[in-house]
Design a protein around this ligand. Structure first.
Ligand SMILES: [Zn+2]
Length: 238
């Protein structure tokens, strides 16, 4: 095969490059980073929600307080009127108004007490969300930094290997290169393999399969054939 030597040289460097790229890929904590980002966003949503809930609670307290004060003022006014009232009917009417106001006050107090529980929960949830958000953000940042460091440290080597490959590629026939790239596109490394002579006149592929009669005669005729199982290119050692 024409220029097979060059291609095998190219393949050797390509495998070296593949190893470096695999190492980077393996250490890519992409999933963990995604998880940290999702959790951070969830925590942010929780904080925003609880902030809104807290705003509602504050508004509720303010309203309740204003209403409560209004009732107290009315009670004072009625008390003054009662002291001045001489008519029994008027006194009874004022007493009934007073009674209504008192029961309203009791109702407001009850509502406020019930809300206290919910307020505590909202505050806890808010603090929890904030805390988790901070943790997730720092985890995300440290993972990102670690990955970037590794990538940067490997960059000179990757560039060097790629430059070597580009220089060799010029001497490799286009059809041979196309064959090589088609096989490696399926992540089959090495793509070009030497025929292994299992026994006398019997050959195996890199994947372990013994060549069929048809493949073997092609190998012996042309010096190369394709494996019928893994589709690697098998060449005969000269
Ligand atoms: Zn094979």
């Amino acid at each position: 095969m024409e220029n097979l030597e060059k291609l095998l040289e190219y393949q050797k460097i390509d495998i070296e490059l593949r190893k470096v790229l695999d190492e980077i890929e393996r250490s890519d904590d992409g999933k963990k980073m995604e998880q940290a980002r999702t959790e951070f966003n969830n925590a942010k949503v929780k904080v925003t929600e609880t902030e809104k809930a807290a705003e509602n609670i504050v508004a509720f307290y303010n309203n309740a307080l204003a209403y409560y004060e209004e009732c107290l003022k009315k009670i004072d006014e009625i008390a003054v009127k009662m002291a001045a009232a001489e008519d029994l009917g008027e006194q009874r009417e004022l007493a009934s108004q007073l009674e209504k106001l008192r029961s309203k006050l009791a109702e407001i107090e009850k509502n406020l007490a019930e809300r206290a529980d919910r307020t505590d929960k909202v505050i806890m949830s808010y603090l929890d969300g904030q805390d988790r958000g901070k943790k997730m953000r720092s985890l995300y940042n440290s993972l990102k930094e670690r990955f970037a460091q590794l990538k940067n440290s490997k960059e000179p080597l990757i560039n060097e290997l790629r430059a070597k490959m580009a220089a060799i590629e010029k001497d490799i026939p286009a059809t041979l290169m196309a064959q090589y790239k088609a096989i490696t596109a399926e992540h089959l490394y090495p793509a070009f393999v030497r025929a292994r002579e299992a026994e006398r006149n019997r050959y195996r592929c890199f994947c372990g399969l013994e060549l069929s009669q048809k493949a073997k005669s092609e190998l012996l005729d042309k010096g190369s054939c394709r494996c019928e199982t893994c589709r690697r290119l098998i060449y005969l050692d000269k």
